[in-house]
Design a binder for this molecule. Structure first.
Ligand code: NAI
Length: 408
């Protein structure tokens, strides 16, 4: 078996929830005759989502959602699956990236699945010719949902989109545990640096940031959190982390990880006062959190190897991982989130796509929450795969919880 196929099979064995959904899809074929267009990180877990959709009767056209996150051997194996057309390649130029997005759209998908909203953005701008045939879409990540809500509030979103990211079964596990573990793993595997005893600066204490901060602390790091929201800053402080501004953290930090989904979080002003040997990385969706152009403009020389760009500025060196792109996927050793975490997120994707296929006619062009029954179904499937039982509300308990007429 070739390496891409082996990776897909390896992931499958730890994806019991998606496997159970595949078995049902094989019988019910909810996507019979439908084309699904996808722009996701093309690696082994995603390949299993694609295969699940194909089991449900879909034809899938897929490309990447980041120029550095595709695993070429997996893309090659996926392209050989009957019913799948894969256009992703690692290290593609920005032009090639958008050409691949256009090739997906040329297949006239009726359902879109995005991680970062690039397909939907293209559909509403350069490729409006395809818009009338689209019945709905699903969006995987925080940044994509921010963009979609902005579009919807301006009345520009033309079809219903399910906000997969915003459901508890996604962000409680994927953003917190998935990003927390995989970003630290990628940083450690790329730099071979010790985490214990280091000053780790985590920018943003949202779902991803709190996962990173907690896991870095569990490895013995001294964690500094930077925030712009006073409530999250206070929560970080009461969780035992050091809270300060990026300006104060810059000269202290050994390793920096941005997770804000915002731009210009680490700028030249900060980098100018960092220690020599500081390591900068980003776990947010786009490569705009760290100002790489400042480094390029101020460096007297740059060395590059295995996902590390080392910028010499005077007699000090600053290391940037993966060009500031999301570190857990974009460094050569980046594997993305752990398999078990993506089993849950992609189960939500598969069931949300099925929901669109079955219920699109009743959905307005807007950003919709994942129906609660889907979220609970995924949690129940996971618990049952673990052999864990939980209690069930009795009739009296249910009545009590729903009533306002009980006092002491
Ligand atoms: P979130 O909205 O829960 O957290 C972001 C936090 O950053 C908020 O608390 C916000 O107040 C803070 N923030 C915003 N601007 C800031 C600034 N200038 N300085 C400091 N803090 C600032 O979002 P979540 O779910 O944690 O996602 C964050 C980013 O990570 C998004 O871009 C998302 O798409 C991406 N993401 C990446 C994953 C990966 O595999 N690397 C997985 C899931 C999400």
């Amino acid at each position: 078996m070739e390496s891409g196929q082996l990776k897909i099979e390896w992931a499958r064995q730890y994806m019991p929830v998606l496997s159970a959904i595949s078995e049902r899809f094989k019988k019910e074929k909810p996507f019979a005759g439908k084309v699904i267009g996808m722009a996701l990180h093309v690696e082994a877990k995603t390949a299993n989502l694609v295969k699940t959709l194909v089991d449900g009767g879909a034809t899938v056209h897929i490309t990447g959602c980041n120029p550095l996150s595709t695993q070429d051997d997996v893309a090659k194996a996926l392209d050989k699956v009957p019913g799948v057309y894969c256009y992703a390649s690692r290290g593609c130029s920005v032009d090639e990236y958008y050409k691949a997005i256009d090739t997906v759209l040329d297949a006239k998908p009726v359902i879109t699945i995005d991680d970062g909203m690039d397909l939907i953005h293209r559909l509403h701008t350069a490729r409006q010719d395809i818009l009338p045939g689209v019945i709905g879409g699903c969006e995987e990540t925080t940044t994509g949902i921010h963009r979609l809500r902005a579009m919807a509030s301006e009345g520009k979103l033309k079809f219903p989109v399910i906000a997969v990211n915003d459901t508890p079964m996604k962000h409680f596990f994927d953003n917190v545990h998935g990003t927390g573990e995989s970003a630290l793993t990628a940083i450690m595997a790329t730099t071979n640096s010790l985490i214990a005893g280091k000053w780790i600066v985590v920018a943003g204490f949202g779902y991803c940031g709190r996962g990173l901060a907690r896991k870095a602390a569990a490895l013995g790091a001294k964690v500094i959190v930077t925030e712009i929201d006073p409530r999250y800053a206070l929560e970080a402080y009461m969780d035992g982390f050091h809270v300060m501004s990026m300006k104060e953290a810059a000269p202290v930090g050994d390793i920096f990880i941005t997770t804000t989904g915002n731009r210009d979080v680490i700028t030249g002003e900060h980098m100018a006062c960092m220690k020599s040997g500081a390591i900068l990385s980003n776990a947010g969706h786009f490569n705009i959190e760290i100002d790489g152009t400042w480094l390029t403009a101020h460096a007297r020389s740059v060395e590059e190897r295995d996902g590390i760009q080392s910028y010499w500025i005077g007699d000090k060196v600053i290391h940037l991982l993966a060009e500031g792109r999301l570190v857990n996927l974009a460094v050569p050793k980046g594997m993305g989130h752990p398999i078990e975490v993506m089993d849950l997120s992609f189960a939500i994707q598969a069931l949300s796509a099925e929901y669109i296929a079955l219920h699109h006619s009743g959905l307005k062009p807007a950003v919709h929450d994942v129906p609660d029954e889907i979220d609970r179904a995924v949690a129940s499937l996971k618990l049952s795969s673990l052999g864990i039982s939980i209690d069930v509300l009795s009739k009296d308990q249910k009545e009590y919880m729903e009533s306002w007429d009980h006092g002491t």
